[in-house]
Design a protein around this ligand. Structure first.
Ligand SMILES: [Zn+2]
Length: 124
């Protein structure tokens, strides 16, 4: 059985417990969560690398880890904002950084030189 098919709302991971508790308290205070509450709840959960489903009934279900690791999500967010990219050498695998404006690169580890397409993005 695929572990990702388990609904973690049945056994909430410690890292997202404070957020789940907060929204549970809101649900108890108001008697329900609105559709818009669920959206805010989901955004907060996303910050910790988790997600869940909810429909028009506004009942959060199927809490699970995001497929993409949080480090990768955050790295992409950083890289979108700066003019530097992080790549791996197509020859030796070493991580190299370069300005996005360049067309070719030389690996600092093995001296492999080539077009930027020969250096795959570390986070793609
Ligand atoms: Zn190299």
């Amino acid at each position: 059985m695929n572990t990702e098919e388990i609904d973690l709302f049945e056994c909430i991971p410690d890292i997202v417990k404070p957020i789940c508790d907060k929204w549970l308290a809101i649900e108890q205070k108001n008697g329900y969560l609105s559709y818009s509450d669920c959206g805010k709840f989901l955004l907060e959960i996303n910050q910790y690398g988790y997600t869940f489903d909810y429909g028009l009934d506004a009942l959060p279900s199927f809490l699970r880890k995001l497929d993409t690791e949080l480090n990768s999500v955050l790295a992409k967010e950083i890289l979108e904002k700066i003019e530097i990219n992080i790549v791996t050498c197509g020859s030796c695998g070493t991580i190299n950084l370069h300005r996005k404006s360049i067309l070719a690169l030389r690996c600092e580890n093995c001296d492999h030189e080539g077009e930027i397409s020969q250096f795959p993005d570390l986070y793609d």
